[in-house]
Design a protein around this ligand. Structure first.
Ligand SMILES: NC(=O)C1=CN([C@@H]2O[C@H](COP(=O)(O)OP(=O)(O)OC[C@H]3O[C@@H](n4cnc5c(N)ncnc54)[C@H](OP(=O)(O)O)[C@@H]3O)[C@@H](O)[C@H]2O)[C@@H](O)CC1
Ligand SMILES: Nc1ncnc2c1ncn2[C@@H]1O[C@H](COP(=O)(O)OP(=O)(O)O)[C@@H](O)[C@H]1O
Ligand SMILES: [K+]
Length: 533
């Protein structure tokens, strides 16, 4: 599934399934536990060897850490299923067995018929050496507050073991990806779970914030809830897709009979002398992504510099806001990009004013965002055909109160997420907002949102290089010129941006990004419709 769910949405889906009479909570828990065991054998095929039947070989050993809710219930199922497959399993319970919720209690009792449930106090680090596998079923979507020290100490002691987190690592808020546990500085790069096995669909916390770096890899197992998905989607109405940019990317083929103006004309405004590289990279991106024509608007003082360095991109002198108005008399110019190294003076503010008043598609990045943050009047001129592309610092300048909510120390859940923040910002700005990062979130003013997650097998840390944001602004502008709606242009561009970085690999510099587009686009137009990308 490509949908991202909050804890509340997941609960609603489960409840609807149970209410329909098609399945019980106990059956769902059994399927969840079976999904975890299946994932364990997929991840470590060596476990499938018939250990236990061979007298020479020791039996496989696991420890299961069960929490006080239904996540713990899943843990008891896993313990039983592993035992059935010949494992030696030790089970610890954090909390009071008498207070377990009903389904978890049933599975606790089933386990008690097989083996012992050890109290948490006995869960000491000297036990880990004997276990090839630690299954953490302490808290899942029900984590509501910081993880207590007696759990933290145990978790830190397991870091050298093979680990499986059930649903989510117990210290990650499922709605925000925030870590609700003090994490030692020297372990900041350590993944806290080799594998996280979740059910039905990803949760926000698997992709947002620190969550992605600490889940290890995420395996999604079906627990048979697909049949009620539509009904729930309609009632919850806020199910966000991720990787949807791929779908937008797949719409990029050009009609054989079309001419260049069919694909739009993008105008990208450059900064002054020695400040022209950013706009040139954006222009290259817009052209490569398929805009029919791309013009760089340059201040007269930078004309020579830019002319010496462009070929397919055209050039236009734009001295000031009046000159921009004149250029925009050409109605074929249908997408503008302002911001990359544009400058922060009055001239630039006036250029932005004219661009916004023209009502054209408009990407506002970098310096343009700073100018809009400074000038309420400019902010109010934003309209639905604009796309704002802030990184964290620019977002905080534009929406300080929203950023403060997002940055508030994570002490409880459910909490305010990057998706919530981007949706609120887009609503306030009245346009599409693309909030950058490895977890880029895109939302339009109506609340439609998606996440372009550059995590797990799409990790591209080398994209954090000077100027890559300028290229992204160019990609979005090019797609706007080609007629994509603002939100689809932002989604498609963000997805292609990451694909270009993946295609190039380490050593990437921003100039390389547009040059990867031919190969990436080629693979999209192939017979497999992009599945290979
Ligand atoms: N519903 C279903 O049908 C299915 C659900 N499934 C599974 O259930 C999981 C959700 O179960 P859940 O809602 O019971 O929440 P869960 O994550 O076990 O935690 C709640 C408990 O933890 C406690 N607690 C929280 N934070 C704490 C802290 N920091 N420190 C200490 N305690 C803390 C909290 O205490 P309380 O806040 O009530 O005092 C409560 O006791 C889900 O992730 C999936 O694995 C699957 O089987 C599929 C079918
Ligand atoms: N660690 C990372 N993984 C994936 N993408 C990243 C990472 N860091 C930054 N990016 C992406 O790189 C781009 C950087 O843009 P920006 O911060 O505006 O840089 P610049 O101003 O130098 O162009 C954004 O698209 C952002 O999402
Ligand atoms: K867990």
């Amino acid at each position: 599934m490509n949908e991202l769910l909050t804890a509340a949405q997941m609960r609603a889906i489960e409840q609807a399934a149970i209410d329909s009479g098609a399945v019980t909570g106990l059956e769902l828990m059994e399927r969840a536990g079976a999904g975890v065991v299946e994932a364990i054998y997929e991840e470590w095929p060596a476990f499938s060897k018939p250990d236990g039947e061979n007298e020479q070989k020791p039996r496989l050993r696991a420890v299961v850490l069960c929490g006080p809710g239904n996540n713990g219930g899943d843990g008891f199922v896993v313990a039983r299923l592993l035992h059935q497959r010949g494992w030696v399993v030790e089970v610890f319970l954090y909390g009071d067995a008498d207070k377990l919720p009903p389904d978890a209690r049933v599975n606790y009792e089933k386990w008690c018929e097989i083996g012992e449930v050890l109290p948490w106090e006995k869960c000491t680090s000297d036990r880990w050496g004997r276990h090839p596998l630690v299954i953490e079923a302490l808290f899942g979507t029900g984590l509501t507050r910081e993880v207590p020290d007696d759990i933290r100490n145990v978790l830190l002691a397991t870091l050298n073991c093979r680990r499986v987190a059930v649903d989510l690592p117990c210290f990650i808020n499922s709605d925000t990806g925030a870590v609700l546990m003090e994490w030692p500085q020297n372990l900041s790069g350590v993944s806290a779970g080799h594998v996280t096995v979740t059910f039905h669909s990803h949760k926000h916390g698997h992709l947002l914030g620190a969550g992605a770096a600490l889940c290890g890899q995420v395996v999604v197992k079906s627990i048979g809830l697909e049949f009620c998905y539509e009904a729930i989607g309609a009632t919850t109405a806020e199910v966000f897709p991720y990787l949807i940019g791929k779908l937008q990317g797949q719409r990029l083929s050009k009609i054989p009979s079309a001419h260049k103006f069919t694909h739009g004309h993008a105008l990208i405004l450059s900064g002054g002398p020695a400040q022209t590289g950013a706009a040139r990279m954006a222009a290259r991106g817009a052209l490569r992504i398929g805009a029919g024509l791309v013009t760089l608007g340059v201040p007269p003082t930078a004309q020579q510099e830019v002319a010496a360095q462009v070929t397919a991109v055209m050039l236009k002198r734009i001295a000031d806001a009046d000159a921009l108005s004149d250029v925009l008399e050409d109605k074929r110019i249908n997408a503008l990009c302002l911001g990359p190294a544009l400058g922060l003076g009055e001239r630039e503010a006036n250029l932005i004013r004219v661009a916004l008043e023209s009502g054209r598609n408009c990407v506002l990045d970098a310096d343009a965002l700073t100018l809009i943050a400074r000038d309420k009047d400019l902010f109010e001129k934003l309209h639905p055909d604009c796309v704002l592309t802030p990184h964290g610092g620019e977002f905080a300048r534009l929406f300080p109160d929203i950023a403060a909510k997002l940055d508030a120390p994570a002490t409880k859940g459910p909490a305010y997420s990057k998706i919530d923040a981007t949706r609120e910002a887009a609503k306030r700005a009245g346009c599409t907002v693309l909030f950058k990062g490895p977890d880029t979130v895109i939302s339009d003013q109506t609340g439609v949102a998606s996440v372009n997650a550059a995590v797990y097998d799409r990790t591209v840390p080398w994209l954090a290089t000077a100027g890559s944001g300028d290229v992204l602004a160019g990609f979005i502008t090019g797609l706007l010129a080609r007629g994509f709606s603002p939100v689809h242009a932002a989604e498609g561009a963000a997805w292609l941006h990451v694909e270009c970085a993946r295609h190039f690999g380490p050593g990437l510099i921003a100039e390389d990004l547009p040059e990867q587009l031919p190969a990436v686009l080629q693979s999209l137009s192939g017979s497999d419709q992009g599945n290979a990308v």
